[in-house]
Design a protein around this ligand. Structure first.
Ligand code: SF4
Length: 94
């Protein structure tokens, strides 16, 4: 596949303001779920706060295909860690 075709395909697969669990790539989501489940309970964000964080990400223009374009993290992982925060400069959303 030519480089331009590959880039075009990648763009078509991008989903603005989507979380990974909403995307078609189930293998990636399964790997990300395993990563989240490996976070020790003592370091994990409580479920209600986790869902609120993800809801904020869903309103953010920096969210593309489950990834935060500010930090490069999959937000479902970043938000699962209690001590993490939104990296948006000057106006953290959580
Ligand atoms: S900037 Fe903050 S709210 Fe926006 S996608 Fe990144 S972590 Fe989520």
């Amino acid at each position: 596949m030519k480089k331009e075709q590959k880039k075009e395909k990648e763009l078509m697969n991008e989903c603005k303001r989507c979380l990974l669990y909403e995307m078609a790539d189930r293998d990636l989501y399964t790997r990300i779920r395993r990563t989240i489940e490996a976070i020790p309970a003592s370091m994990r964000c409580e479920e209600e706060a986790y869902q609120a964080r993800l809801a904020s990400c869903k309103t953010c223009e920096k969210l593309i295909s489950g990834m935060c374009r500010v930090c490069g993290c999959y937000v479902e992982v970043r938000a699962a860690k209690r001590e993490e925060h939104c990296p948006l400069p000057g106006e953290k959303l959580w």
